[in-house]
Ligand binder design. Structure first.
Ligand SMILES: [Fe+2]
Ligand SMILES: [Fe+2]
Length: 360
């Protein structure tokens, strides 16, 4: 069993002030209390189909590859199922991180509304850990935490500044989770997963709302230095999770391949050749979490500055600050290629927000 520890220093805030002042946070807390559900009793655990696909194949990037579509059906089934269980395993580990970080927020968020909101979310996250762990037990397969995810989780746990913790967890990771669950409701194929994924989605929407409501008013009041730090923090997390800044995200997913019985010697070269040319692939209908939820929420709380736009563009995200909108133009768009060329010519690494600032 994989385990890691991190030491963390937190400033815990106690205030002799019990007024709930933020109306919108208060009503969110009230709603959360009414919408609690029980993973043990409200899910019919007998309705499980071990033979079925877990998620709809068409929503997986792999389904767009010819080398995958030409595999025999039993190997395709093993591949898609393995990829789904890998993804759900990372979701489970992310849920544990949310449980822990949110417990920290109860201590370090200064106002009572914020503490209440975090506290009720702790219960939600415990339920999510429970439901996904049970679900993977049914399949008898759980993958370990991916090293990229682990480094993000460790950074979140050790972050001393509560606003940065809140941006990282509530705005970025929760938004990634939200985009998955939003799809999940439509794409869950296996009947047991189909039963509860919608309820997890409802909970996660409240968590993102909590982050946005907490930060929307807070961020404009921060000092310039504190704000720059958060903007960079967010940029760095997107570069890591989005996998579009030089290195693909979640490389440990490759272990799924080894368990499928696919002849890797012939498959891998074809696979790599196809993914090297995404412009030739049909990506219609595949949604990117960064474009769908993460960047729009960062725009809402005001954490996408002009100076980082060249770096976002180099990752394929065309952002318009005036309309607060983002378009996924993918990494093969001519403007994206031109921007990457500029970074390269100036020997600057666009995965690093400090270097992106230098370019602006
Ligand atoms: Fe969760
Ligand atoms: Fe959550």
């Amino acid at each position: 069993m994989h385990r890691f520890e991190t030491d963390t220093l937190l400033q815990a805030v106690f205030k002799d002030g019990y007024e709930l002042e933020a109306d919108r946070l208060e009503s969110l807390y009230s709603k959360s209390k009414r919408h609690q559900w029980n993973a043990e009793l409200d899910v019919d655990w007998r309705h499980f189909d071990p033979e079925a696909d877990v998620l709809d194949r068409r929503h997986d990037f792999l389904s767009r590859l010819t080398c995958v579509n030409e595999l025999p059906e039993d190997q395709q089934h093993a591949l898609f199922k393995g990829a789904s269980l890998f993804l759900i395993s990372q979701v489970l580990h992310g849920e544990q991180a949310a449980l822990m970080t949110c417990g920290q927020l109860v201590n370090c968020v200064p106002d009572m509304d914020g503490k209440f909101g975090a506290a009720v979310q702790v219960m939600d996250e415990a339920r999510h850990v429970e439901v996904f762990a049970r679900y993977l037990d049914r399949h008898g397969r759980r993958y370990p935490i991916d090293p990229d995810l682990q480094s993000i989780v460790q950074a979140l746990m050790t972050e001393a500044d509560w606003e940065a913790k809140c941006v990282g967890m509530q705005v970025i990771l929760e938004s990634v989770a939200l985009s998955f669950f939003r799809l999940g409701e439509r794409i869950a194929v296996e009947p047991l997963l189909k039963q509860f994924i919608g309820r997890v989605h409802e909970d996660e929407s409240r968590h993102v709302a909590y982050g946005v409501l907490t930060l929307e008013e807070r961020i404009p009041q921060l000092s310039k230095d504190a704000r720059v730090r958060l903007e960079n923090w967010a940029y760095d997390a997107i570069a890591k999770i989005g996998g579009r800044a030089g290195k693909p995200a979640f490389q440990s997913q490759a272990q799924v391949l080894a368990e499928t019985g696919i002849d890797l010697e012939t498959f891998l070269p074809r696979f790599l050749a196809e993914v090297a040319h995404p412009e030739d692939l049909d990506l219609e209908g595949l949604s990117d979490p960064m474009t769908a939820t993460v960047i729009p929420n960062l725009l809402r709380v005001g954490l996408v500055p002009e100076r980082l736009l060249p770096g976002y563009l180099a990752q394929g995200f065309q952002i318009d600050l005036a309309t607060r909108s983002v378009r996924d133009v993918h990494t093969f768009h001519p403007d994206v290629r031109a921007m990457r060329g500029e970074f390269e010519a100036r020997k600057l690494d666009f995965s690093d927000p400090l270097q992106v600032s230098q370019a602006a």
